[in-house]
Design a protein around this ligand. Sequence first.
Ligand code: GLA
Length: 384
Amino acid sequence: MGRKAMCAVPPMGWNSWNTFTDKINEDLIKETVDAMKDQGFLEAGYEYVVMDDCWSLKERDSEDKLVADPDKFPHGIKALSDYVHEKGFKFGMYSCCGTRTCANYPGSFEYEYEDARQFAQWGVDYLKYDNCFKPQNQDGKTLYRRMGLALANSGRDIVFSACQWGKDSVYDWIRSSGAHLFRSTGDINDSWNSIKDIALSQMDKMSYSGSYCHNDMDMLVVGMYGKGGNEYICAGGCTDEEYQTHFSLWAMMNSPLMIGCDVRNLSSQAKKILLNRDMIAINQDIECRTPFLLNCESNSTDLFVMVKFLSGGDLAVGMFNMGDVPAMGVVDFWDLGLPVSAGMSLEFYDCIDHVNMGKHNEMFSAKVPEHGSKVYRCRLVSKK
Ligand code: GLA
């Protein structure tokens, strides 16, 4: 029996780190699962519930096994993963390729196969694997391949989420390691600058991401409003417009969509952003085509237009204004591969406001607010 192919499209779910850091426990995970289920997150595609760093005791036991902190998880990990599964979700955990995790709990270096077996026994479906405390003489590439092989032979289908921050030319070798997604940047924080920096840093890297191995631009900060789990993550928070742009970018750029806020206390705006089915459909398009940047005749150098071919012939067109004043975005259909000679128009559907913008010929323009975005699904239709 072979393994199932996993993550044809970017995984979606929730991760504990951004909001809760070391303040995780079984009640929090259960309440999160319940809240996600009740509010329709599972139906929308958010399937992985991932517990990040700080779940274990500070040392392994006498048999060298990882031990869940009994104060945080009095019923143990298996009972928790059973709960997550009963509700229809998949369960994720965290470890590190070095000797310790980033928050200084035991890492998996030289325990890779044993830990992979342990995760499989606990019913884990997803492992986030970090990059701290790597022994100096060790090559990251080898260590990620090692865990990739261990997980693939653990007897359970476990998604391998490499968290390697884009170091050591990760783009060149990560697909070879068995990873289904790979972090490409340092940690996000809850600020417009962080969102902007991450997105801009990946513009020339988008072609490294594809089916079964996706560029992970880090967990979403949508809906956090400055309530991060530590000082670094807090960073002041963002406006709803900025959170929307963040989501639009991650969706268009084919990043995994891992929610990082407290889903038990969501604002209606954050909920609307995260549950937007039209945007999710663009992110989850089965072909995972690389988006491309369009020449854009804008009045601002801070505005860019990104286009993604979707299966079935539609196009997703995103306009992003990274600048501090409103700007006009202009799309010339010639640049999209649609010359006048084609005799076709483009019908625009606004995926954020969910309105049909009608048929357009040769070009389309829109005003984009500062730090704002517009995302359209466009269909080729006859001019007549
Ligand atoms: C690193 C990772 C974060 C998070 C923390 C946990 O910084 O990049 O996403 O997992 O470790 O300590």
